[in-house]
Write a protein that binds this ligand. Structure first.
Ligand SMILES: Nc1ncnc2c1ncn2[C@@H]1O[C@H](COP(=O)(O)OP(=O)(O)O)[C@@H](O)[C@H]1O
Ligand SMILES: [Mg+2]
Length: 482
């Protein structure tokens, strides 16, 4: 069985025996599971079976020993944090990517969760990382079963805080570390109220007393990056070809026949025209390199618009929301039929009318869904009131409420599908292209702007959405950093 080591720091003077007893007591792990113990200089390492390491670290991290708050973490294989001794070799690139992703995620999470574990509630609020003593003022139905919740402080205005649109927050009564509590994304904040979108219905405690919001780490990007690595490793057809090209097993192919193009943007210079032509002839992959400000995004926009003129569907991505908005702005100026995926809170306000959510709101299906949701929420609060008065609830009404929620969701799905189907260019961040909504959808061309800012797994996330019949795959602009 493989073992792992847990490192504990900031320890008071303790013996190995006392440390062993504490570790077992707090983690519930049996003493016989713990192997070698080293103690010295205020630090210690415990050897435990690999599957128990995280549990031991979590139990000790942030807890007090003789009045001192200790830190604990699982040591990465090979020993010291930075050493990559046990990382899979370059010859196994997918194992290596997964290994690196896991290390990165551990580091990010421990930073976010460390705050929750070590600081008390008032501290967190003063540092702007939490809002305490909130009450739910309003609850309504967002798209696809999301719940939009508006919260207020019981005592007047909200204190200054760093929680803002786009941040991921956890709603809890007392224990923000409890991962059972729902997480959502902040939509808006005013001096007196904050609104948050949750993926599901809220648990009952949320509306029956004060709650708090805490900023937490965002796990979605890591999950999508990992899924992309798995998908490209196992993929067949076009994805297998992409894998060979990206990992250097075969050279990308280009159509020999030159293209005669009518330029949409009359201002392109010769190198830009050459890049567009090459990209449109590429069967697999084309790269556009150049220092910042030399016209790469302008070139990419022409490539996208030329592809659309050929009747192709394009997925246009970039690592950051800003860079995606930049592409969106230029495509909108060119009157292309676009849809921008992503949380509205993370899209530039002037471009939100092109967001999937906004376009869906205008469909008739969504209008029907809104009506159904209104009835569903009315029925829900009626049932809740009856329950509070100690009266039983009618099973028929409960069933009706569930049916209303389900029907609304079905209507939303129809609306979303119709909006996605009608766009020629779909825009999202590279991580966003791993969204469930795009599952099963393929594009004739995938573009990744500002590719040098993307990690390989996130680039793969976007590129893997390219179709098997595409005459070309991704085009990527790589600003030189030299
Ligand atoms: N052929 C061109 N002639 C004149 N201006 C151009 C040309 N190509 C790009 N530009 C302008 O140069 C600026 C930088 O272009 P951009 O495409 O954003 O560069 P990059 O993506 O390489 O940073 C923009 O203001 C753009 O309008
Ligand atoms: Mg650019």
């Amino acid at each position: 069985m493989s073992s792992a080591r847990v490192r504990i720091e900031n320890l008071p003077d303790v013996t190995k025996g006392k440390l062993l007893a504490l570790a077992c007591d707090r983690s519930g792990v049996a003493g016989k599971e713990v192997g070698r113990i080293e103690v010295g200089g205020g630090n210690a390492t415990l050897e435990v079976p690999a599957h128990l390491a995280a549990r031991v670290a979590r139990a000790l991290d942030g807890s007090e020993i003789d009045g001192r708050r200790v830190r604990a973490r699982v040591l990465t294989a090979g020993g010291g944090g930075a050493s990559a001794g046990n990382a899979p070799p370059e010859s196994r690139p997918f194992d290596r990517l997964r290994w690196l992703l896991d290390r990165e995620r551990e580091a990010e999470w421990s930073r976010a969760e460390q705050d929750l574990a070590t600081a008390n509630a008032k501290d967190l609020e003063e540092r702007g990382l939490a809002l305490l003593d909130l009450v739910v003022r309003d609850e309504g139905g967002g798209l696809l079963g999301r719940t939009i919740v508006t919260l207020e402080k019981r005592s007047g205005t909200l204190p200054p805080s760093r929680l803002g649109p786009g941040d991921v927050v956890r709603l809890s009564r007392r224990d923000p570390q409890d991962k059972e509590n729902p997480t959502g994304v902040v939509l808006e904040k005013s001096p007196t109220r904050i609104s948050v979108a949750f993926e599901d219905e809220l648990p009952a405690f949320a509306t029956s007393g004060p709650v708090r919001l805490d900023r937490v780490g965002d796990d979605v990007t890591f999950r999508r990056a990992r899924e992309a690595v798995d998908e490209v490793e196992r993929g067949t057809g076009r994805v297998a070809e992409l894998r060979k090209v990206v990992f250097g097993e075969r050279a990308p192919e280009v159509d020999a026949k030159p293209l005669r193009l009518e330029w949409i943007d009359p201002g392109l210079n010769e190198p830009q025209k050459k890049a567009v032509e090459l990209a449109l002839r590429a069967r697999d992959l084309a790269l556009v390199h150049g220092p910042p400000g030399t016209g790469k995004t302008t070139t990419v926009v022409e490539i996208i618009r030329q592809a659309v003129r050929r009747g192709e569907r394009v997925l246009a991505t970039a690592p950051s929301n800003n860079a995606v908005d930049n592409l969106l702005e230029r495509l909108v100026a060119g009157n292309e039929k676009v849809v921008r995926l992503g949380h509205p809170a993370r899209i530039a306000p002037g471009l939100r009318e092109h967001a999937l959510d906004a376009l869906v709101e205008k469909t008739s299906s969504r209008q029907v869904a809104r009506g159904l949701l209104k009835d569903a929420f009315a029925l829900r609060s009626k049932l809740a009131k009856r329950r509070e008065r100690g009266k039983g609830t009618d099973e028929d009404e409960r069933r009706e409420m569930r049916k209303l929620f389900e029907d609304a969701r079905t209507q939303d799905e129809v609306a979303v599908r119709s909006v996605l189907d009608s766009a020629m260019v779909t825009l999202s961040t590279a991580a966003g292209s791993g969204h469930e909504l795009l599952r099963g959808r393929k594009f004739d061309l995938v573009v990744l702007d500002e590719a040098s800012q993307a990690t390989l797994p996130l680039a793969l996330c976007a590129l893997a959405r390219g179709t098997r019949y595409s005459t070309m795959l991704p085009l990527s602009s790589v600003p030189s950093s030299v």
